[in-house]
Ligand binder design. Sequence first.
Ligand code: GRG
Length: 298
Amino acid sequence: MTSQKELERLLIENADRITIALDALIPPVRGPEGELFSAMRYSALGGGKCLRSFLLIESGRLFGVDERSLMRVGAALECVHCYSLIHDDLPCMDDDDLRRGQPTLHKAYNEAIAVLAGDALLTLAFEIIGDEQTHLDPHIRIALVSKLANAAGAQGMVGGQIIDMMAQNLGDDIAQVTRMQRLKTGRLFSFAVEAGAIIGRAGHDATHALIGFAHDFGLAFQITDDILDEVGDEAKLGKAVRKDKEHGKATFVSLLGIEQAKERVNILCNQAKSHLKMFGDNAQNLVALVEKIETRQS
Ligand code: GRG
């Protein structure tokens, strides 16, 4: 069983390796585009937890996938995640000043640069995955491109974001809030584990189990995010808190209350772990990650 101490070490090691990969993929550039590359690096090398790439790499390991492929797809996935945070923080969306304990990108640079850096990170992700260095088999590369596009686009994360922007109109419908979060946050988590399965040419049952795991894990992660928004500490989280309430948004906490929301996290985490049973000890790092989410403080 992976201890929480060992998991912390593995998460830091993964974040360091992904940061090294991103550093090489987004080099500093001189000349008129220098500012754009500098802004992309500010976000991509900005100290995120790299949870999505960790999930991807752990999923790929279940099927003995080559590390090099996993690191490249993991780096691409973090590019998409960073783009979503940059755009989400913009004045026309959440209008946030703080992210990962630092000024948001549009505050550190300006709005136009933040829009373009987000666009460039999103497109870079597909450039990375489409490259032969990621995988020699073009069928695998195409499958990854199309799954990521679907997870990030109008039927996935962007679709979830627009529903979130209308959240004031969602009323008290927990099913609608669940659907919104499954799209907005959940789809990138699902892509992470599915990508490992695609590269590992996993069978239907294993892929299905991993997607079920990611659904429950992603939702538990999002509910803990809502709980931390209500009771968390701005300094510890490195971002503004209590914004959902301020904006009158329907969240799991506003609909269920803190205690029931915590209960739901517990149920989802147990379900997430039960999906992993078929992988036995090989999934112990993923099990430990679920346990970390259950007691998440930041
Ligand atoms: C603007 C296209 C577009 C999409 C935005 C995912 C998303 C949709 C916005 C992010 C806003 C947000 C704070 C959502 C809550 C859950 C979440 C994704 C938290 C941040 O993820 P972490 O904790 O971030 O993995 P780090 O900083 O560790 O990378």
